[in-house]
Design a protein around this ligand. Sequence first.
Ligand code: FAD
Length: 437
Amino acid sequence: MTAIIYPVIYILIVLSPLALIFINGPFTDHGYLYEMGKAFALMGFVIVGMQFILSSRRKWIERPYGLDMIFSFHKAMAVLGGILILLHPVLLSLGSGNFKLLTSLSLPWYIWLGKFGLFLILIQIIISLFRIKLKFGFEKWRLSHNIIGGIFLVGAFAHSIITSHADLKLGSLQILWTGLLVVALSFYVHHKFMIPAKLQKQRYTITDVRQEVHNVWTLEMSPPEDHNRYHYYPGQFHFIKLHREVAVPDEEHHFTVSSSPTQPGVVTSSIKESGDYTSTIRHTKKGDTVSVEAPFGRFSHVLHPEDKKFVFIAGGIGITPIMSMLRYMRDNKSKFDALLIYANHSEEDIVFRKELDDMVAEGSPKLNIVHVLDHPGEGWEGETGFVDQTKLTKHIDNFKDKAFYICCPPAMRKMVLKLLKKQGVSTSQIRVEIFSL
Ligand SMILES: Cc1cc2nc3c(=O)[nH]c(=O)nc-3n(C[C@H](O)[C@H](O)[C@H](O)COP(=O)(O)OP(=O)(O)OC[C@H]3O[C@@H](n4cnc5c(N)ncnc54)[C@H](O)[C@@H]3O)c2cc1C
């Protein structure tokens, strides 16, 4: 139900400046085009204010949708907010018939403040949309994103309050955007300062570090003595910030919890060395500490009780959430039918191979595994190449009665989704975890 109510509330809040303008009538004698120019800026401001709430990782916001969906929405709304704010000076000029706002350099300082805000928000959107193409590092982007967002919000607020005092009496609108500023800033302070301070005080401890295969390491984390391990569903993920003795950056990253909640007292993450930060994971030592924010995500069969027969499709390290679910099924002696299609480059890359084989032998869940290798060594008798139509139809007897859980690299995901669509699988049967937010 909340999944429907939240969007309605969101739309009502974003449209509220428009409604107030129409209810109270034009505040100047420039007419509705000019007022729309003001309303667009206010709606843009409301959207930016709501961005702070959307990205605050509050559980009650995230739970109905999953964090990936919230962040996709956050991205789309940033573009919409940017367009509305960009149209603001254009409509004001068209509405008043006076284009000095766009062309003149001799403008009051609070108008320049607005122009500076517009410039900042456009830079922010362009960098965010094209970060990878622009080779802008994630940490640098995150820092600039937080700083620019905060400066914009306060600057835009000052601009709008001062300009409205100068020529209008917009009492109800001023109350609305003052309230929004206070709410947005309190979410920001809570997310950026209060939560990290709390997590810092309640650090987990690394109690084991194991090498799974040549480039994947499992970290086991235990809560502080006077705390219980947090509750989670198999397949969910957490944000962790390792505090290590070796001189490596204290960055926050998200990783799936590869253990099952049935394992008492600890959580594990299995991490592949794939980039700047993850390539330092092997330097983690027992006794290092870690701030943990959790749990997040909806990629869990427990959250979809309607699913009874499973096809898990994993590529490489995408096995981790699936492993968590399979471990949970095993520990609960579940009799679910499950097929795991697990793609890797070579046999050396297959993570958790022995444990998966043991699960097949134990029979709960009733698990079949199809390994697919694109660089098979000599003597490999299993499937080779990529996951394709032939392999899917060979190993899946009926596509209609299964739930498909997919976690793999982007190219494979795209291909698998296309193949499933061809087989008539509906989107309601498909759950996807994406390893980037
Ligand atoms: C829900 C989810 C679950 C995941 N589970 C696992 C898992 O179980 N095991 C595993 O090995 N990997 C997992 N990942 C992927 C993992 O988070 C990234 O591989 C890792 O953060 C990349 O960091 P890097 O600096 O080593 O790589 P880089 O090559 O430096 O960065 C690669 C990309 O990772 C992203 N990234 C980099 N730094 C951060 C950061 N601090 N916060 C967020 N994103 C960042 C950016 O998109 C960047 O472009 C998961 C990701 C998500 C979203």
